[in-house]
Design a protein around this ligand. Structure first.
Ligand SMILES: Nc1ncnc2c1ncn2[C@@H]1O[C@H](COP(=O)(O)OP(=O)(O)OP(=O)(O)O)[C@@H](O)[C@H]1O
Ligand SMILES: [Mg+2]
Length: 643
């Protein structure tokens, strides 16, 4: 034990001695302890790289001017020397190698170990050290903090004759400088990482992004933005927006008006005549005085927007020629013609009775064509009220007519850009609309209702009808010039009664499909049931057959569909017609006493469905598993709207 009077020494000195005694520290040991492998030394230096770098400048300045000290050093929180420098004029009178360690067990209580334990600035003079090697020296040490945690200490040693306790302020200032610098570096690094992260997000966005300063000079632009605008990104930054493109940059209007917008459409014509159709969102960012400092502009080409709309609306073809069932030469002929049509770019007219598969063929043509990955947009010209048909087809600008939405609307033609538009029931199109359609087909250009901008169109037209269009032309209900425009290629679908050889194949196809859908295991159909089916003329064609089989599969209790499972709405009527052609069509066929006529059941079913669907035709059609067209026809037939 060092023989001293307890009162003359500060508490931290006494506590240090006590710790050394408990650890049986040898008071005659050396200045510092070195026992580290080169591997561990490397790890130590790598782990503390940032702290070392940050302290270098402080260490250099201090050792340059503070020659009362012999040496200054940076020590980590475990007592390892990370960096040491002799003060000017001192060479190697004391030896503190990097990797050396201050540990009370080996070299007693220095200011270094004490400042780490006490987490306070400490100065030990001469015999305050529990180590005789330090009796001629003063050690000083101050903790370095980051985020309130001690991460190391900054320390110095000098002869006790040259250095007094008052020098601790100098070391404390140095430690503080390192702490502040280290935290700032850390913050900077985090900020840089965040910046990098954010710019990676902006770079990987599929929208174009650009920002301009208050005067319209480009501050930032991502690569997608540069690609959409057709400019070089690097050289554009720093230039004025008006100098990088050959059209009037709309972003400059935001600087003028101070007002931003969301998802606004723009059609820009470049000097070359090339048109670019955008959707843009521009947000002005203002300072606390309300002055614009920057405008952030995100933009995308309209075809990307339309693609998304089509995806959401399911405006893509689901069927291909593989889905068309039948081996009769009549259907094979149709498929051959349709495949040839698919390979050409000409407009196609598909004719056939209701339910013969016109939509199926139209989708198959699209799926077989080069446009297969582009939208297939279908519109039923007969099902849309005539006053809405034009806006459905061509779209409208905001507020262009009474009832139009404030935001305007994209028409089906625009949505079909690059793909195919299927004009179903073209025979129902009003004459005035036929004129407009003809113009669009001829000019391959489109103007929205109430708009001035002229869009270029690249849309393939497939039209369908169950009317005899030639006859309609003769009657003056269909324009001849339009007829010739759309009837470049003609696919005529035969009614099912003319290809009864396909019925067997179709029935098995539907049974297989329904087994899967309804989790049934129907294996076949009885000869009597088949006979009944073959006797019937199928005025509703394949759709009627499909519905009949669906009902039969639902009713069937065994694995074979029997005659009693086959309900054909107009079976008796049909048979009687075929026997005596002249019978009045409107005569109701009354069945056996308790059984209600199918028409009554059907009318009631439609009324119920209409009620449930709140009058919505599409929902009603979905509920009853028939087309909207059928619903429209039945509404007319049963006079349902007036009731
Ligand atoms: N050859 C066929 N093979 C398989 N299914 C077919 C065939 N023809 C038609 N269908 C099916 O019959 C139903 C009616 O077909 P689609 O809607 O294409 O007829 P459509 O001629 O457009 O009828 P409408 O004139 O009433 O609009 C659909 O469910 C379709 O899948
Ligand atoms: Mg159809």
């Amino acid at each position: 034990m060092v023989q001293v009077s307890a009162k003359t020494y500060p508490d931290y000195v006494l506590k240090g001695w006590r710790r050394c005694e408990e650890k049986n520290t040898d008071i005659n040991s050396g200045l510092c302890f070195f026992n580290i492998s080169s591997f561990d030394l490397n790890v130590l230096l790598t782990e503390n790289k940032d702290l070392i770098e940050r302290s270098e400048y402080v260490l250099d300045s201090l050792t340059e001017y503070m020659n009362p000290f012999i040496s200054a050093m940076l020590v980590n929180r475990n007592g390892y020397i990370l960096k040491e420098k002799k003060c000017k004029g001192h060479t190697d009178s004391v030896n503190f190698p990097v990797g050396g360690r201050f540990l009370e067990k080996f070299n007693g209580n220095t200011a270094i170990s004490t400042s780490i334990i006490e987490n306070n600035p400490v100065c030990l003079v001469g015999e305050e050290h529990y180590c005789k090697s330090y009796y001629n020296y003063t050690t000083l040490s101050v903790p370095i903090h980051s985020d309130g945690e001690i991460i190391g200490v900054f320390s110095a040693i000098g002869l006790k004759t040259n250095v007094s306790k008052s020098a601790l302020g100098m070391i404390a200032a140095a430690a503080k400088a390192i702490s502040i610098g280290f935290d700032a570096d850390k913050e900077n690094k985090q900020l840089m990482a965040k910046n990098k992260y954010e710019s990676t997000i902006v770079e990987t966005m599929i929208d174009g992004v650009l920002t301009v300063d208050k005067d319209g000079f480009i501050m930032f632009m991502n690569q997608v933005g540069a690609d959409i605008l057709g400019v070089d990104r690097e050289s554009s930054i720093g230039k004025h927006a008006a100098d990088i493109v050959d059209f009037k940059p709309v972003i400059l209007d935001v600087l003028k008006t101070g007002k931003g917008y969301v998802d606004k459409e723009f059609l820009i014509t470049k000097k070359s005549g090339e048109k670019t159709h955008f959707v843009k969102t521009a947000v002005p960012i203002k300072d606390d005085k309300g002055n614009i400092v920057t405008v952030v502009d995100t933009f995308r080409k309209i075809n990307r927007v339309n693609k998304l709309v089509n995806k959401m609306n399911g405006a893509y073809a689901n069927f291909s020629f593989d889905d068309i069932i039948g081996s009769s030469h009549k259907i094979k002929d149709c498929i051959t013609k349709a495949k040839a049509a698919a390979k050409s770019m000409s407009n196609v007219l598909i004719t056939g009775e209701s339910g013969t598969g016109k939509e199926l063929i139209a989708q198959s043509i699209h799926s077989y064509s080069q446009r297969k990955n582009q939208p297939f947009v279908s519109i039923n010209c007969g099902a849309i009220p005539r006053e809405l048909l034009e806006s459905e087809l061509f779209g409208y600008e905001p507020g262009s007519f009474t009832g139009a939405s404030k935001k305007g609307r994209t028409g089906k033609f625009e949505l079909a850009e690059g793909g195919t538009i299927f004009l179903d029931e073209i025979g129902e199109m009003p004459l005035d609309m036929q004129v407009k359609l003809l113009r669009v087909i001829q000019e391959k250009k489109l103007t929205r209702i109430g708009g001035n901008a002229v869009f270029d169109l690249d849309v393939r037209i497939i039209a369908a009808t169950n009317k005899d269009l030639f006859e309609e032309c003769r009657k003056g209900a269909f324009r001849e010039d339009l007829y010739y425009r759309i009837n470049v290629l003609h696919v005529m679908l035969p009614p099912l009664r003319e290809r009864k050889d396909d019925i067997n194949e179709l029935i098995h196809h539907f049974i297989n499909k329904l087994n899967l859908k309804l989790d049934k295991d129907i294996r076949g159909i009885s000869p009597e049931a088949m006979n009944k089916i073959m006797q019937y003329s199928w005025p509703g064609n394949v759709r009627e057959l499909e519905n009949t089989i669906e009902r039969a599969v639902n009713l069937c209790k065994t694995d074979t569909i029997t005659e009693k499972d086959i309900f054909i709405e107009n079976f008796h009527k049909d048979l009687q017609l075929s026997v005596e052609d002249t019978k009045d069509l409107t005569t109701e066929i009354i069945s056996e006493t308790e059984i209600e006529p199918l028409e009554v059941i059907e009318k009631r079913a439609i009324e119920r469905a209409l009620n449930i669907a709140g009058g919505n035709i599409t929902t009603t059609a979905n509920l009853l598993k028939v087309t909207r067209n059928t619903i429209y026809n039945k509404i007319k037939r049963y006079n349902l709207l007036s009731s």
